[in-house]
Unconditional design. Structure first.
Length: 135
C-alpha cells in the first residue's frame, strides 16, 4: 500500500493549501503539501523532505491530525495528516499550480483531492467551534 504524508501548516490563523498541476493524479485539485513515502524514511522525515522539495521551506512536524485510506483507481493509499509549522525558508512554488494561505472556515470554497475532503471539513468545523466558545 502506498503511504502518503500531508502537512497542515498554520500561520496567522491560516492554513497553507496547494493546487496540483494539471498532469498526474487529481489534476488541479487542492491538497495539503506532502507526498509519497520513500524507502527507509519515517513519515515525519518524508513530510520534511517533501515540504523542502515542493515549497523550499523547513517544517517542524507536530501531532497527527488525521489518518485516512482512499483508493485511487486500483491503488490503495494510506494518508497521514500532520500538524506542522514552517521554521525556516521563504515559500516558493516549484511544482504546484498555485499555493494559498486560507482561513479554515474558507476551505469549503476549494475542491480538494477526495482523500482530503473530510479533513478540510473537520478543519472548517473546528474553527467555527472555537469562535462559538470564544464569544
Ligand atoms: N501531497 C498530497 N497528496 C495527496 C493529498 N491528497 C491526496 O489525495 N493526495 C494524492 C495525490 C497523489 O496521488 C498522491 C501523492 O503523490 P505525490 O504528490 O507524492 O506525487 P505525484 O504527483 O507524483 O503523484 P501521482 O500523480 O504519481 O499519483 O496522494 C494531499 O493532501 N497531499
Amino acid at each position: 500500500m502506498t503511504q502518503v504524508t500531508a502537512a497542515i501548516l498554520r500561520q496567522d490563523e491560516k492554513i497553507l493549501i496547494c493546487q496540483r498541476d494539471n498532469s498526474g493524479s487529481c489534476p488541479l485539485l487542492w491538497e495539503f503539501p506532502g507526498g509519497k513515502l520513500e524507502e527507509g524514511e519515517t513519515l515525519a522525515e518524508c513530510l520534511v523532505r517533501e515540504c523542502q522539495e515542493e515549497l523550499g521551506v523547513t517544517i517542524q512536524v507536530g501531532e497527527v491530525f488525521a489518518e485516512s485510506r482512499h483508493t485511487y483507481g486500483d491503488k490503495e493509499m494510506c494518508f497521514t495528516f500532520f500538524e506542522g509549522r514552517i521554521v525556516e525558508g521563504e515559500l516558493e512554488r516549484t511544482v504546484h499550480q498555485d499555493i494559498r494561505w486560507v482561513r479554515a472556515e474558507d476551505l469549503g470554497r476549494y475542491t480538494f483531492c477526495p482523500a482530503d475532503v473530510e479533513v478540510a471539513e473537520r478543519l472548517g468545523k473546528a474553527s467555527k467551534m472555537v469562535r462559538i466558545v470564544l464569544k
